[in-house]
Design a protein around this ligand. Structure first.
Ligand SMILES: Nc1nc2c(ncn2[C@@H]2O[C@H](COP(=O)(O)OP(=O)(O)OP(=O)(O)O)[C@@H](O)[C@H]2O)c(=O)[nH]1
Ligand SMILES: [Mg+2]
Length: 566
């Protein structure tokens, strides 16, 4: 490999921007970084567009959601061990893009993503939240998944419908069980992976140790640091970007020259990044050998291909503190630059029961294929179905067929959601994620089509339930509603089941663990059904388990010849 480094470039803007001219000493260290009310003012300054800087308009608060074409959409699943900081990261991204005026915090119970009362009470994500953020003229549909293993059904469906998986790892705890679970499923789905090493502000945070642990644990992947931790007035108060070789302090909306002590490390990272990008493509490799350098666009292109390649398995890595909002703007930029548009992925489907592939590129003009990855039952709003369009379009007031039930479903309440906030939309394009209310016969795992009802998007293998409870309606009013409500909840969650046990005459609810069932019962309560629980009985049964020898002599004398047998 050539060893030439990226040389510093002059800003090509007609009038070089302030941020480009800024030196490290120009960084205002006295400015508050947490809940920074001046962030939007600072980032609204015109910045140099050639250096990943956001344009001013993208930082204005969004009052409605624009319609996005396929190439302007990115779908990413945030996954990782419980409490690694996925929801906190979403809050930082929402704040940075102007969707919120104050960054939500778990301790304050004001998150957009964990909006459910039960989630806020437990300080735990309990289901996948859809949180679109608008940035650099793109819509990034973030799927914030729960890390708690009881909810791995949610995790699997989110990974299936995303186009890239962002694994969030705690910079102190490192790789944990939840990290491995999510990683292995992303691998199974052949999804590109990016890593966020979060909580870099914590005392014992160790970026290098986590990186080493990741390389040891997932040895067939190649880890490429893109945003490296740097400290100016604190051990971690910004990141150095391996692409631009600039420093980004605080959230990272402005770039400044890199403090000298990080120059060598960033040059090394720049080389590794360029080499990883060059490996993805013969033309890039040839150019790299000839010219010993690649342009920013070529590096980004190469990295997108290298991350999607099942051979190269290249993983860009970012240092972040979600709660302190450090390093989050370069990460937002990476979500646009380093992940592919939705149409560039092959999707596993079944046609008339046979395994098949919906080959890339898919488009608006192809027949509709959309997968329902989440169903939410609300007492007041009714049933909401969250779907990802793999090809074709879905419009408000249109009709689409549910391939499983055959129902000709009318879509007259179509919107996109951000947490619990709804934005009505007219049309959703190939690759987008939307929500539809008031369908007649649709549940999680279903596929919408135009005509070919033999087609299904291949659903993940969901784990079998591991835990069960016997359930009883609390009052007479509850007894009529309990069955239908449990059926609705099971339709929404493929890892949940209920049944009548004919031996014990108990109604049994089965799920992934105690918290899973507790949350299910709370959801039933919110739907107006109160349910009590008891330990399930284990029916005592006898069965023949082996062979035995015995002998018996049958003698019967009733006069005459009698009977004799042995
Ligand atoms: N110091 C520090 N704490 C953080 C950071 N990010 C998250 N936390 C804290 O970690 C805890 C868990 O954060 P969450 O954002 O709920 O983590 P999560 O990954 O969404 O958790 P689950 O969805 O339940 O798996 C909270 O107390 C956060 O305040 C960070 O960057 N620095
Ligand atoms: Mg969470």
């Amino acid at each position: 490999m050539p060893t030439r480094r990226l040389s510093a470039r002059a800003c090509p803007c007609p009038s070089p921007c302030a941020s480009f001219r800024a030196s490290p000493s120009a960084v205002d260290d006295s400015a508050p970084r947490l809940y920074n009310p001046s962030l939007s003012r600072r980032i609204s300054q015109p910045l140099c567009h050639n250096f990943d800087a956001p344009a001013p308009a993208q930082w204005e608060a969004a009052s409605s959601m624009k319609e996005y074409q396929s190439d302007k959409i990115r779908n990413v699943a945030l996954v990782g061990h419980q409490s690694s900081g996925k929801t906190s990261l979403v809050e930082a991204l929402l704040y940075n893009t102007g969707a919120t005026t104050r960054q939500g915090h778990i301790s304050e119970g004001n998150m957009v993503s964990d909006w459910d009362d039960e989630e806020r009470e437990r300080s735990l994500s309990l289901s996948t939240s859809l949180v679109p953020v608008e940035f650099q003229d793109h819509k990034i549909n973030i799927l914030d998944t729960p890390g708690f293993t009881d909810f791995q059904g949610e995790l699997k469906n989110a990974i299936l419908v995303a186009d890239a998986v962002i694994v969030v790892v705690d910079a102190v705890a490192g790789v944990e069980v939840g990290t491995e679970l999510a990683w292995e499923f992303a691998r199974l789905c052949e999804q590109p992976i990016m890593v966020v090493i979060n909580k870099m502000d914590r005392d014992n945070a160790d970026y290098d140790a986590v990186l080493e642990q990741l390389s040891g644990q997932f040895g067939d992947y190649k880890f490429i640091p893109v945003a490296l931790p740097i400290g100016h007035n604190a051990p971690f108060d910004g990141v150095g970007n391996a692409l631009t070789q600039k420093a980004y302090f605080g959230a990272g909306a402005e770039r400044v020259d890199l403090p000298a002590e990080y120059a060598d490390a960033l040059e090394e990272a720049n080389m590794a990044l360029m080499e990883a990008a060059a490996e993805a493509d013969d033309d890039l490799l040839e150019k790299y050998f000839e010219e010993e350098t690649l342009s920013f666009d070529e590096i980004r292109d190469g990295m997108r291909k290298a991350s999607r390649s099942t051979i190269l398995k290249t993983v860009p890595v970012f240092a972040i503190s979600a709660t302190e909002n450090i390093g989050t703007v370069p990460f937002l930029e990476a979500l646009v630059a380093y992940t592919t548009a939705p149409a560039e992925r092959n999707v596993a489907i079944e046609r008339a029961g046979e395994a098949d592939t919906l080959a890339a590129p898919q488009s608006d003009d192809d027949p509709l294929v959309a997968y329902v990855f989440k169903t939410l039952n609300d007492r007041f709003v009714g049933t909401l179905n969250y779907f990802r369009i793999f090809s074709g379009t879905i419009s408000n007031d249109g009709r689409n067929i549910n391939a499983r039930s055959g129902a000709d479903e009318r879509f007259n309440a179509l919107f996109v959601m951000r947490g619990k906030e709804q934005f009505p939309v007219k049309t959703l394009h190939a690759g987008d994620i939307g929500v539809v209310a008031k369908l007649s016969d649709t549940k999680t795992g279903d596929t919408f089509v135009d005509t070919d009802t033999s087609l299904r998007v291949t659903a993940p293998d969901f784990p079998a339930p591991l835990y069960m409870l016997a359930v009883n309606p609390r009052g007479q009013a509850d007894s009529a509603k309990m069955g239908p409500t449990l059926s609705n909840l099971c339709d929404a969650d493929p890892t949940l089941r209920w049944r009548q046990d004919s031996d014990t005459r108990q109604t049994v609810l089965e799920g992934m663990g105690q918290i899973h069932l507790e949350v299910t019962l709370k959801r039933a309560e919110a739907l107006g059904v109160n349910i009590d629980t008891e330990m399930p009985k284990v029916p005592y049964r006898e069965t023949i388990t082996g062979n035995a020898d015995s002998s018996y002599t049958h003698k019967k004398q009733t006069g005459g010849a009698g009977q004799y047998g042995r």
